[in-house]
Ligand binder design. Structure first.
Ligand code: LMR
Length: 332
């Protein structure tokens, strides 16, 4: 009798606990990890926090977005693999870092393809730019948006003005074959290196030079270990926000809708802040009196463009001449 009663009691306890267990699970917000490699006080750092704020506001109790800046969760080398393993759900790598997955996006890296950041944005919004968001779907990578940073410039440990001045220098580059060719054409070397390692590599002389936006140079203190920043505007540093396609498509419709709205609003925000953050970073670099910031004269600019023309020929086939034309049209 006692045994029977205790079995009934255990069954009731089990039922109760599993019922509460299920309701506890139903109330647990889904955790979404967003990882990036830059500091928080940058256009991408702030856009990531804005996305978190908006997503949690639009989906109260349903999602929790954890943002990991400064390569804290994954650095350049591992982040895309981690996305494919669903160890992280959202990334925003520089567009240069996708060339292992699609050759088409290399169009963004062609030297002087965009006259300014607005032209890059115009191309991103075009039919061709939007199609690139889907160009890695066969690899299970889906582009959700483009986020802005700004134009790229060259810094070095010596005084430079003309293309021939960088001959023989070793440049840190992002994982981009176009940038490898870029520096080869200048008789310099491009060494692919994760962002997190750049400051130390510049400081210890492992590399002599690098290229980046003002906000990245300032937030990483590159200007403290370089003597010149030449304002070349030779390329754009923007981001493609990507997700694991299977994970995204498996989300409940209401969550996907809320996240899409949050992403669209965070994207508008990044375009609102990027220009002024880069301008401000430039001012602070100038005021620090460490690296000398030098603009290019019209003749110097023409010399840089000429020296880098061969890069177009090398990548035209991989990228496609029509896509190159569409990107060039955005500067007109
Ligand atoms: C770099 O590696 O220099 C940049 O892509 C870092 C970033 O994400 O802005």
């Amino acid at each position: 009798m006692f045994k029977k009663l205790s079995a009934v009691f255990t069954a009731i306890l089990f039922l109760a606990s599993s019922t509460f267990g299920i309701s506890a699970i139903a109330q647990t917000p889904m955790t979404i990890k967003l990882s990036h490699v830059v500091a928080e006080n940058t256009p991408k750092g702030l856009a990531s926090l804005k996305f978190k704020e908006l997503a949690e506001k639009k989906l109260p109790g349903k999602v929790k977005v954890e943002v990991f800046p400064s390569s804290q969760l994954f650095g350049d080398a591992k982040e895309l693999e981690a996305l494919l393993l669903n160890d992280v759900q959202i990334l925003a790598p520089s567009i240069s870092k996708f060339d292992r997955y699609t050759k088409k996006v290399q169009v963004f890296d062609l030297p002087f393809i965009f006259k300014d950041a607005n032209a890059s944005r115009k191309f991103q919004d075009s039919k061709e730019g939007q199609a690139l968001l889907k160009s890695m779907e066969d690899k299970n990578i889906l582009g959700l948006a483009y986020w802005a940073n700004g134009m790229r410039h060259i810094s070095a440990r010596k005084d430079i003005s003309l293309p021939q001045d960088v001959a023989g220098l070793k440049f840190r580059i992002q994982a981009s074959d176009v940038y490898e060719s870029f520096f080869k054409n200048l008789k310099a070397t491009g060494q692919k290196m994760a962002f997190a390692e750049v400051y130390q590599a510049l400081q210890t002389g492992v590399v002599d030079a690098q290229e980046n936006s003002y906000s990245n140079m300032f937030s990483q203190k590159f200007h403290e270990v370089q003597s010149t920043i030449l304002e070349t505007n030779h390329g754009i540093l923007d981001y493609m926000v990507v997700t694991n396609k299977k994970w995204w498509e498996g989300l409940p419709a209401d969550i996907r809708k809320g996240l899409t709205e949050a992403m669209n609003e965070a994207t508008i925000y990044t375009y609102q802040i990027a220009n002024s953050m880069n301008e401000d970073a430039k001012k602070q670099i100038v005021a620090s009196n460490k690296a000398k910031v030098k603009p290019l004269t019209a003749d110097q600019l023409a010399a840089w463009k000429k020296a880098l023309e061969p890069v177009y020929k090398e990548f035209e086939k991989d990228i496609g001449p029509d896509l190159i034309k569409a990107a060039q049209a955005a500067s007109r």
